[in-house]
Design a protein around this ligand. Structure first.
Ligand code: URA
Length: 240
């Protein structure tokens, strides 16, 4: 919380440039020493050299990302969806909630968390002294899987880059990952949500606190206490 968003952007950009430079140097070195394990052809080296010089788009807006997403047909979920659920809320939020994917109500309205689970999420947000307008709410995938089945790994792979870009555009300090899918996808782990919850993890320098998904809490009301413990930690870290 010490660095301003501008500094964070510069930091990421600097780290990216340094990493690309290191990769360039490593490949150059491997090429010079006659290494054959990688494609060290002149053509490939030229391509890699250009990476560092590319305009790294770290400052795109949510609107630009939405335009790029367009009437997305990148995966099979586009066939049966009614609406793409991009995300909603404050584009400069300190806190982003990430769920799994749209359900029936969200697909109908094109808005995240507007059904029964959404009503509980609204209460959770208000319990930590925010409103839905203060935070940003989105999902790992943007289209409803038929019959609310779990998202498939290729669907997540296709959709996730857009969420990543949204997060880079918002530059939040905190992400609250709601449920197994959100937590495991963001943190690239298979550790169960019961073990991940209630602790701060790291995603691109952003503090991530996983907690139970509101839909799970509706079915397992005894777990609401755990969620409240997680939210108290989040509130304290937010300085509230
Ligand atoms: N469940 C989710 O994970 N996301 C929504 O938007 C709605 C329900």
């Amino acid at each position: 919380m010490t660095s301003s968003p501008r500094n964070k952007e510069e930091d990421v950009s600097q780290v990216f440039k340094e990493t690309v430079e290191e990769i360039n140097n490593t490949f150059q070195f491997l090429a010079e020493t006659g290494w054959k394990g990688f494609d060290c052809s002149e053509e490939s080296l030229k391509k890699i050299e250009k990476w560092g010089g590319e305009d790294i788009k770290l400052s795109e807006t949510l609107e630009e990302i939405r335009v790029d997403l367009g009437d997305c047909q990148r995966c099979r979920l586009s066939k049966q969806r009614r609406h793409i659920v991009f995300g909603s809320g404050n584009p400069h939020a300190r806190l982003v909630f990430v769920g799994e994917g749209p359900g029936y109500d969200e697909d109908q309205k094109g808005e995240p968390f507007v059904g029964a689970a959404g009503q509980l999420l609204t209460k959770i947000i208000e319990a930590i002294k925010f409103t839905r307008k203060h935070v940003y709410i989105c999902n790992i995938i943007k289209c409803r899987p038929p019959g609310n089945r779990n998202p498939m790994s290729d669907e997540i792979r296709t959709c996730f880059p857009f969420l990543k870009r949204q997060i880079l555009a918002i530059k939040p300090e905190f992400i609250c990952a709601l449920g197994t899918f959100a937590a495991q996808t963001l943190l690239e782990t298979k550790i169960p949500i019961s073990k991940l919850r209630g602790q701060f993890h790291n995603y691109m320098g952003i503090k991530v606190i996983p907690t139970y998904h509101p839909a799970y809490l509706l079915r397992n009301t005894d777990k609401k206490r755990d969620c409240w413990e997680d939210m108290k930690k989040l509130m304290a870290a937010l300085g509230g």
